[in-house]
Write a protein of this length. Structure first.
Lengths: 311, 308
């Protein structure tokens, strides 16, 4: 993140400048040539769709015919839509569970790796779930957590507890989705934090040791503050990613049981693609976009994600 | 690796045999547990894929394949007759993972090749050329990283539909093939840090930018470009939402979408678990192979993503 702010202009070497002055030619044309394909992609598949998405949110549009401008009506309807508020609540629950589980587990894992084992093999094993698609992660756990013959429920029964309907009960459905996501991201997040730990200079720890600081004091007073930029980044990535949960829900519970897993993106998908209500779907997408922008802004601003305490 | 031992509060000086340290042993136990949770499910998938459905129900906790068979793999590749498939607990519906495998390979390869090459070109313009508005345009490109994919997916779907490209490979690859903001950002970092001397020597010789790009910049950045291609390919391979919207028909359906369809085809209530797990394994296999071959490259790339 911090690398973004570096000014590339200052890296221009004197010789190039002299060269250019001598030949009197500018790079604009050649730059346009190099950037043209990416520019096409940017304009047609990022910029225009973003503007069009905002426009569509103020229209009624069912694919057939033309979008019809209806002003704020979609947003007014959303404000009174219990399914929307439900999707927001359900997604919020999912996000919170992910933050708690994923960040805590990943931090613990990163510390373990940092202290006892840094081998690439171990890191690779922990990263494996992250390289699998959401669909694969979802199906794998859909099988292992099956109520009847899933191995986890076999184990639960063996310990003497009663079986859990991980996907079938309203209270378990969202925690189960969060567990799948945590399983997939735990190692990746741990590796990000691990990279941050590696970047903390060793002499800081040596000084703490000389001063007689305990392991806990060192962790709280040195590791955590110095790790803060990484932790903020991890938090931003986790929160923004979790808000957009879709794949695992679409493959397993499809919004159910009842409305228990009808998360925001799944609700947008249903409104737009199953009910052909593109205006309404776009309006919810705008709201999701605003929420994500706000979350990122708050986290960067108040947790000062791009400043290290080291300086 | 070696220098860090002294700063780690738990680690004792290495080399000599350490006396038993309960904290260290506990740390190892937790680490091994985490590795087991990450890796063992894949073995369970393999074990299930090699079992028959009827045996799975009765021997659901046995660690080895229950009633060993390759039937599930034959089934998902469409090599069993419907009668055989139904007898082993399949749905009997035509399912052809060869086709999906081929589609996934085409989709991921085209988008990766296009995105990496065109992003490299753009990154060159952003890092090595001087032109007015460069930083503003770059910020605009980076800003697209913040737009959630669902937000652009709706209008992009409409665009592809208006172009009459739904259920075509072209329609599926278009939004990805020109660039990804991350690829541009990633490569620009490397191009910025490349030495200018060779480039300038070539310039004095009268070399054009195109030649510099192909003969100096690209070969020098081979390692990061390979890493980027690897990460992009895996990401594209795992893509689900967009192919679900645009490529729902059989002839362009990719593996991830095919898996979802397969899952929802369960006959008479009992899902074809061994078939589903065989299909899951096939979908994971290319990534597993890449990981076995280039694991170190992938692992070491984590931590780059923006952190100094």
């Amino acid at each position: 993140m911090t690398t973004l702010t570096r000014n590339p202009g200052s890296r221009e070497h004197g010789l190039t400048r002299t060269l250019r002055r001598r030949t009197g030619h500018s790079d604009v044309k050649i730059a346009l040539f190099f950037i043209a394909p990416a520019l096409i992609g940017f304009v047609f598949f990022y910029l225009v769709p973003t503007i069009r998405g905002i426009y569509l949110s103020f229209t009624e549009y069912n694919i057939l015919g033309d979008p019809e401008w209806i002003g704020m009506e979609n947003y007014q309807a959303i404000a009174k839509d219990p399914l929307f508020w439900n999707s927001l609540a359900v997604t919020g629950q999912y996000v919170l569970l992910n933050i708690a589980l994923q960040t805590a587990l990943a931090l613990g894992l990163a510390l373990l790796m940092h202290n006892v084992a840094k081998s690439t093999l171990i890191r690779g094993a922990l990263l494996l779930p992250y390289l699998m698609s959401n669909v694969i992660a979802a199906l794998l756990w859909f099988w292992m957590l099956d109520y009847q013959i899933g191995v986890v429920n076999q184990f639960i029964e063996w310990t003497g507890m009663s079986r859990i309907a991980f996907f079938g009960s309203e209270e378990w459905a969202i925690p189960t989705q969060a567990l799948i996501n945590t399983w997939r991201h735990m190692g990746y997040t741990a590796l990000l934090i691990f990279a941050g730990l590696q970047a903390i200079p060793g002499h800081v720890y040596e000084v703490a040791k000389l001063d007689g600081a305990s392991a806990w004091q060192t962790f709280r007073k040195i590791t955590i503050p110095l790790l803060r930029p990484v932790l903020v980044l991890v938090l931003v990535v986790t929160v923004i990613g979790s808000f957009q949960v879709f794949d695992t829900v679409a493959v397993t519970t499809q919004g159910g049981p009842v409305n228990a897993t009808r998360v925001i993106q799944y609700y947008i998908y249903q409104r737009a693609f199953t009910e052909s209500d593109f205006g309404y779907g776009s309006a919810i997408a705008v709201i999701l976009f605003l929420i994500l922008a706000l979350v990122a802004f708050i986290q960067m601003k108040f947790l000062k994600g791009n400043e290290s305490d080291l300086d | 690796m070696t220098t860090t031992a002294s700063r780690a509060p738990l680690a004792k000086p290495a080399r000599r045999r350490r006396p038993f340290n309960p904290r260290r042993a506990g740390a190892w136990a937790l680490l091994i547990l985490a590795i087991a949770v990450s890796v063992l499910p894949f073995l369970w998938v393999l074990r299930t894929a090699l079992s028959t459905n009827s045996a799975l129900a009765s021997a659901s906790a046995s660690l080895l394949p229950a009633d060993f068979t390759f039937g599930a793999f034959l089934r998902v590749f469409g090599l069993q007759t419907p009668a055989e498939a139904v007898a082993e607990g399949g749905s009997g519906a035509a399912i052809d993972f060869w086709l999906y495998l081929r589609n996934s390979l085409i989709f991921s390869s085209i988008t990766t090749a296009g995105a990496v090459f065109f992003s490299a070109m753009a990154a060159y313009a952003f890092a090595r050329l001087r032109w007015k508005g460069r930083n503003a345009v770059f910020s605009l490109f980076l800003g697209t990283m913040l737009v959630p994919p669902i937000f652009t997916a709706l209008p992009n779907f409409l665009l592809i539909k208006n172009l009459d490209l739904l259920n075509t490979m072209l329609g599926m690859v278009l939004p990805y093939v020109f660039m990804t903001p991350f690829a541009i950002f990633f490569l620009r970092q490397f191009f910025l840090n490349m030495s200018r001397e060779v480039e300038e020597a070539a310039m004095l010789d009268g070399a054009k930018h195109l030649r510099i790009f192909f003969q100096i910049v690209l070969p020098n950045a081979a390692a990061p470009i390979a890493t980027l291609a690897l990460l992009t390919f895996i990401g594209q391979w795992n893509e689900y939402f967009w192919p679900l919207l645009v490529g729902s028909q059989d002839d362009v359906r990719v593996l991830q979408v095919g898996l979802g369809v397969f899952k929802s085809q369960s006959p008479q209530g009992a899902p074809d678990w061994s078939g589903l797990m065989a299909a899951t394994l096939i979908s994971a296999l290319p990534v597993l192979i890449l990981f076995a071959a280039f694991g170190k490259k992938i692992v070491n790339s984590i931590g780059f993503s923006g952190i100094k």
